[in-house]
Design a protein around this ligand. Structure first.
Ligand code: CA
Length: 227
């Protein structure tokens, strides 16, 4: 999930970003209102944290322009209570308001609340489509695999086999079952195919294939993905 922070005070923007990142959000920062509006219109952010006093274009203007096109959740930040009262009075449609100085923990809590509320209203799913297991990342949308941030190229069957195991961690699957699942009952080949594919996957994702940390061999039984 990606959040846009529109804030001209760099130290505040960085503080917000750090707290968001610790909580698993990715962040972009815009340092003035014009840039913030442009970025908010061009990207699909999960939420925008918007300061009111900004160079080039203030938060009021950004909010009203953005609302003409998008219903992205917005949390307004202001140094002055009166500004927030003014915004409420104008009915500009921010989802929440906070005054500076604010507690970063409180900001994070509100961000999470508004994102999940928006997701419920729009039916957008909260489930991340990236499966992360220690250094291994499996992106189910892009069908891509990374190890410690580096992409590894897997064949379609290697990917299917890895994903099946990773989605069903800590369970032992026999070679027969894996062959049926991944290659299908009608497929030509035999269970040795599974062994070969497991070995190729290990070559690509394991640091030490003799001592695999992801796909373990369970002697006489099959394979198990360690979560
Ligand atoms: Ca400001």
């Amino acid at each position: 999930m990606r959040i846009l922070i529109v804030e001209d005070e760099q130290s505040i923007a960085e503080l917000e970003r750090d707290y968001m990142q610790i909580n698993g959000f990715q962040c972009d920062i815009a340092a003035d209102g014009e840039e913030g509006l442009k970025m908010a219109l061009e990207n699909d952010y999960s939420l925008v944290i918007l300061d009111i006093m900004l160079p080039k274009m203030d938060g009021f203007a950004v909010l009203s322009r953005l609302r003409e096109e998008k219903d992205t959740p917005i949390i307004l930040l202001s140094a002055k209570r009166e500004e927030i009262d003014k915004i409420r009075g104008l009915g500009l449609g921010a989802d929440d308001y906070m005054t500076k100085p604010f507690s970063p923990g409180e900001l994070v809590a509100r961000v999470k609340t508004h994102i999940s509320r928006y997701d419920r209203l729009t039916g957008r799913t909260l489930r991340s489509n990236v499966l992360k297991i220690r250094g291994l990342e499996i992106d189910r949308d892009a069908r891509k695999v990374k190890v410690n941030g580096e992409e590894r190229t897997l064949t379609a069957k290697e990917y299917d086999l890895l994903l099946f195991l990773a989605e069903n961690p800590n369970k032992v699957f026999s070679r027969d079952l894996l062959f049926d699942r991944i290659w299908g009952l009608e497929a030509v080949g035999d269970i040795a195919t599974v062994t070969v594919h497991i070995q190729r996957i290990r070559d690509k994702i394991e640091q030490d294939t003799q001592n695999p940390q992801y796909i373990e061999t369970v002697w006489g039984a099959g394979y198990r993905f360690r979560a």
